[in-house]
Ligand binder design. Sequence first.
Ligand code: ADP
Ligand code: MG
Ligand code: MG
Length: 248
Amino acid sequence: MLKIDNLHVEIEGGEILKGLGLEVGKGEIHAIMGPNGSGKSTLSNVLMGHPRYDVTDGTIEFLGEDVLELEPDERARLGMFLAFQYPSEVPGVSVANFLRTAVNSVREKELPPMEMYRLLQDKMKIMQMDPKFAERYLNEGFSGGEKKRNEILQMLMLEPKLAIMDETDSGLDIDALQVVSKGVNELRGPEFSAVIITHYQRILRYIEPDHVHVMLDGRIVTSGGKDLALQLEDKGYDWVRQEFGSAA
Ligand code: ADP
Ligand code: MG
Ligand code: MG
C-alpha cells in the first residue's frame, strides 16, 4: 500500500532524513516513535507534500503511484489522509460546509445532500459530538481537543485507505488521545491502514499497533511488534540512542 524506500530529505541544505525505508500493508497499523529531532515531523511533512523540503533521493509509492509526483489533493483522492494538511482556521466556513467540500473533493460524484447529512450525523454520533458543533465556523475558537475531534470527524467522513497522523510533540491531552484512538479504532479493518507518528508511548495504550518502528537521526533504526513500544516505555529513548545511535 505505502512503500518508502531510501528516502533522503534536506531542508535548507541540511540532511534530515537519511535513507528512511518503510512498508505499510493493507489493514496494518504502524507506529513510528522516536526522540525529538529524529525527523518524524519531517517525514509527515514530506508525505503531505510540503514545498520547503527537498527530496534528494529515494521513492514514495502509494498503491503503486509515485507520491512525489502528486499534488496534496491528488494524494487525498487516491485515499491518503493527512490530518495536518488542512487549514487551521477558515473564517465564515462552517464545519458542515467544510466537511461537505472535503468529502465531495475525493469523490467522483457529489454525495446527495441528504446522504451527506446522514453521514455527518452518523459520524458525529460515533465521536459523541453535539450536532450544533457542525454549525460552528471551522476551528474558530476551537480548543485543542475540539480541533482534534474535528480532524478525526473529517477522517471518518472521508474513509481513507491510509491515514497518516503526526501527534506533534506538544502534548496531546488524554482526552484528545482518546479521540484519535477512537477514530482509528473505528476505521480499523482490512481496508484501512494507518501510520501514527508520535514522540509519546502513551497513545499505544489506546491503539494497538501491528508494527512499531523507532526513528533516530533520520532513519528507522529498529522495528518490532507492540512489545517494542512497551520496551520503549520501560527503557526510554536513551536506550535507543545507546543501542542504535551511530558514533559518527
Ligand atoms: P521530530 O518531529 O522527530 O521532533 P523534526 O522533523 O521536527 O523532528 O526535526 C528534525 C530535524 O530537522 C531537527 O534537527 C530540526 O531542527 C530540523 N528541522 C525541522 N524543520 C526544520 C526547518 N523548517 N528548518 C530547519 N531545520 C528544520
Ligand atoms: Mg519535534
Ligand atoms: Mg515532530
